[in-house]
Design a protein around this ligand. Structure first.
Ligand SMILES: [Zn+2]
Length: 321
């Protein structure tokens, strides 16, 4: 019997066509090729199953982004502009179409989670999404893949309660904004303290608004925070929150830029920490929502450690208990 569960990687070479100068930009196509090359050489290689996504339709995006924003985004790409909204957000002719495909990959992750149980599901897509707000591109993000997946899960499969666990080094302002007043979607984010880190949001006192009060949980870590503090925070804050909320399904915004070698943050995560995060989420998902858990790639920019970090995370998710 295999040591690992089947690992569904949702991926297309088309994700490489969002190319804004190769490695001149940290959010480069090579991020994905490095991950794949690493996984194919390692202990998970026989458990991998790659699936090609199809593009998200506008109807699936409109619950999160405005039509006007989508038109502006498409027009910026097709007219040959090099940036959208801010100089960080580099675009090329293909970016709009590739972003629709990345959103479609997150929807396919949901579809697979509903069709099969006991498998690992990971959307290996770019551009990332968790900084993108309803009408604002930010931090290399254009369409909020995680938020789109959550709304899709609710709408297509009538799963009402969604728990989002964001462990990217940065606060997912776009996810928080989308669900700020929504008591059915719990947003938990563990990130470097906003005083020290982009985008400057995600303070502990931000806990949601209106009917959504109490359904946002920001866990801001000091620079240099490492494994022991993260594990303690997961155990003492995330686990009780998830057990109390009783979600129908869980979405992980899986960012790997908290790694100690990643200069996008001041956090000091080890590679092995991502394995602990994976097994933590897998165990909890089994306990609270019959294992309905998908992961969607966000950040992670050190090309030498991104592959090993993703491998460690997938191994934590996939190990048979
Ligand atoms: Zn990040």
């Amino acid at each position: 019997m295999a040591q690992f569960k089947q690992i569904n990687m949702i991926y297309s070479d088309r994700f490489l066509d969002h190319d804004t100068g190769g490695q001149d930009h940290p959010e480069s196509p090579e991020r994905l090729t490095r991950i794949i090359n690493h996984l194919r050489k390692g202990p998970l290689k026989d458990s991998l199953n790659f699936t090609e996504p199809s593009s998200s339709g506008t109807a699936d995006i409109l619950p999160v982004h405005s039509r006007e924003y989508l038109l502006r985004f498409e027009e910026a790409c097709l007219s040959g502009r090099e940036t959208f909204g801010h100089s960080d957000n580099r675009i090329c002719y293909d970016t709009y179409e590739v972003a629709l495909l990345a959103a479609g990959a997150s929807e396919m992750a949901v579809d697979i989670a509903e069709e099969a149980t006991g498998q690992v599901i990971f959307s290996l897509a770019r551009p990332p999404g968790h900084h993108a707000e309803a009408a604002l591109p930010l931090g290399f993000c254009f369409l909020n893949n995680v938020a789109i997946a959550a709304r899709y899960w609710q709408r297509k499969y009538a799963r009402k309660r969604i728990f989002i666990m964001d462990f990217d080094a940065h606060h997912g302002n776009g996810i928080q904004e989308t669900f700020d007043e929504d008591p059915k979607v719990f947003y938990a984010s563990i990130h470097e303290h906003p005083t020290f880190s982009f985008p400057g949001t995600g303070y502990e006192e931000d806990t949601g608004s209106g009917a959504g009060e109490g359904f946002t949980m920001n866990m801001a870590l000091p620079p240099g925070a490492a494994e022991s503090l993260v594990l303690k925070t997961l155990k003492e804050r995330v686990e009780p929150a998830m057990e109390q909320f009783q979600p129908d399904c869980i979405i992980a915004a899986a960012g790997f830029d908290g790694h100690e070698a990643d200069d996008m943050s001041g956090l000091a995560y080890s590679t092995s920490l991502f394995g602990h995060i994976g097994s933590f989420l897998a165990v909890l998902a089994d306990r609270v929502c019959q294992g309905r858990l998908i992961s969607i790639l966000e950040g992670g920019y050190n090309l030498d450690f991104l592959g090993p970090s993703v491998e460690m995370y997938l191994g934590g998710l996939a190990v048979k208990i």
